[in-house]
Design a protein around this ligand. Structure first.
Ligand SMILES: Cc1cc2nc3c(=O)[nH]c(=O)nc-3n(C[C@H](O)[C@H](O)[C@H](O)COP(=O)(O)O)c2cc1C
Length: 323
């Protein structure tokens, strides 16, 4: 009898993960040490979200993750945050295995990563930027489609965008946006990806640092509940519809009480850090609840170990069926 092959592994720089699954960085304080370490222990790549953290807090999270796993743990930092360089340094000093950078493009980070021997993986939304990233020394690129949660850099679906980026570069390409099941992973790998980056599905796991009310919004969300919200970062953001997103929609912007210039450029429509911190603290009405369109297909809050074995199982089933 034919046996079904194992899921392929994923190599980033000198590190190889048993599974081709990267848990996307989710700020503010959604993907912290407990989630990243659990994903790493299960054979994937776990990412702590550095954006919105202080340097000391990021160091503490890295230490906590390192103490609980020798698997692959990295840090995601948005290029748009003013403290980008300081956070990259803290991540490197804390022993990050990989740096993933979204919401903007930094040329400098490739040099910092190379000096420290840490692979750098930018999030890209076009073949042009992917080629540029490869030229600067990226170890891989993440192609994020319009389905993704958080800030969006493209209007195109991931599976539409992915093949042209796979053709344009020779480094590994990871697909992100709308991946929830093992069958989604198979479709993404079949389209030429070396792996996937998954955000929303991991936000609704036990180890995620999102509060229960946040996770329950994911579980109850339908397609109509997932909307685009204008972000002061200058990009649209995908989130769950709530009283706050409705306010933003009609231009009723809450006043900024205290600005700490956390972003390099800010439209000042409202304070996005404050609103992300509020939702993480449990206020899912007045806070901003980032979520991918795939949240409508999330119906439970498993542990990371349960989820990872489910993904492997579903991938095997899809392989057997050849779909
Ligand atoms: C709650 C939430 C917060 C996010 N925060 C960040 C972030 O800080 N930096 C980043 O590069 N991407 C961020 N993302 C995007 C994810 O890392 C990931 O690429 C995306 O969610 C993939 O799409 P999916 O949610 O359909 O799996 C966030 C996504 C969510 C759902």
């Amino acid at each position: 009898m034919d046996t079904v092959a194992d899921m392929p592994s994923l190599t980033l720089g000198s590190k190889t993960a048993r599974l081709p699954i990267v848990q996307g960085g989710m700020a503010v304080r959604i993907s912290m040490a407990p989630l990243a370490a659990a994903v790493a222990r299960a054979g994937g790549v776990g990412l702590i979200a550095g954006s919105g953290l202080g340097v000391e807090e990021l160091r503490r999270e890295m230490r906590a993750a390192r103490e609980s796993t020798d698997g692959i743990v990295g840090v995601n930092i948005m290029v748009a945050v003013r403290a980008f360089k300081e956070l990259v340094n803290a991540a490197i000093e804390g022993g990050a295995d990989v740096l993933v950078c979204g919401a903007g493009f930094s040329r400098d980070v490739f040099g910092w990563g190379a000096d420290a021997g840490v692979p750098v993986v930018p999030i890209v939304g076009s073949a042009r930027v992917a080629v540029l990233a490869e030229r600067f020394g990226a170890a891989a690129v993440v192609v994020e489609g319009v389905e993704a949660g958080g800030h969006l850099g493209t209007e195109r679906p991931m599976l539409d965008l992915l093949p042209e980026i796979v053709d344009a570069v020779s480094i590994p390409v990871l697909g992100a946006g709308g991946v929830v099941t093992g069958a989604d992973i198979k479709r993404t790998l079949d389209a030429g990806a070396a792996g996937v980056q998954i955000g929303s599905r991991f936000a609704a796991t036990e180890e995620s640092s999102a509060p229960l009310a946040f996770k329950e919004l994911y579980v109850s969300a339908t397609d109509e509940d997932i909307v685009l919200v204008k972000s002061p970062v200058g990009l649209p953001g995908r989130a769950i519809r709530n009283p706050f997103s409705r306010r933003i929609d009609v231009g009723d912007h809450p006043e900024i009480e205290r600005c700490i210039s956390c972003l390099k450029k800010c439209g000042q429509d409202y304070c996005i850090m404050e609103r992300l911190v509020m939702s993480q603290a449990g206020d899912v009405e007045d806070g901003l609840v980032f979520a991918g369109s795939s949240a409508a297909r999330i119906h439970d809050i498993p542990t990371v170990a349960e989820l990872m074995s489910r993904l492997e199982h579903e991938w095997c089933e899809a392989e057997e069926r050849g779909v």
